[in-house]
Design a protein around this ligand. Sequence first.
Ligand SMILES: [Fe+2]
Ligand SMILES: [Fe+2]
Length: 286
Amino acid sequence: MTSEPLCLFHLSDIHFGLEDRDALEWVRGEILARRPQAVVITGDHTMRARHHEWAAATRWITALEVPVTISIGNHDMPYFNLIERFFAPYKRFEGVKALVEREIDLPGLAIVPLKTVRRWQPRLNWSKGWVTQAALGRCLAALDALPAGTRALVAVHHPLREVGTHGTALTHGGERALRELARRGVLGVLSGHVHDPFDIAEPTAEGPVRMIGAGTLSQRIRSTPPSFNELAWDGTHLEVTTRNLEHLPTPEMQIADVPPDALPPRAPGEPVAPAGRVPPVDPPVY
Ligand SMILES: [Fe+2]
Ligand SMILES: [Fe+2]
């Protein structure tokens, strides 16, 4: 139990190269003023992992002056240079290497990473998530090693839900991972990738897991304006507030279901937040 609630900022999908500069300037000011105990950035720091994009991301992240942990997203490994992607996928973010998939231990609360990207996948679409047995094993070992009574938030890039058929699963191995996390009673799973915020209780055979998604801080908006999540943990309750420059209330910003991809809804029935700011054309991916 903590005396003062812990304050965490959960940011995601900044996509340097197509970042929203006003939103980023605002978030940076909020971090410097509020000094959260930790900032969790759940991946997609760049558009195409170009050197200048990673240089900008590194400058922004390392200037935050608070503990930061970052997850690697599908946009963060070399895209055009496959040799580098296979043999040195993390070379371009040398400047934030110490922050990559780093566990942060706070009083009574730990942030534990779980990797959901791979250098390659035995399917055509490498943008989707994949939890390997090894990655899950590392995460579970870290959870099992926490002191008794310490709660955990697990940080991933891709939401762990599997949707549709096996071939189009949002995250291969996600269901098994969610079951294992449910068994260990994690407080929640923090994710990015879909660019709209959500806060959903996902049922599993081992009980529900809270899945908390942060929106984007880029121009690649889906159905909500740029935002980040502010988390307050008082030792009993975890409160999630979706902060945005338009001051829309959190329920307006959250989608009620996780879409299969990080693209604006273009077909009937795709999840859209009540804010409904769907861009008329898909944001560019270049
Ligand atoms: Fe993204
Ligand atoms: Fe992504």
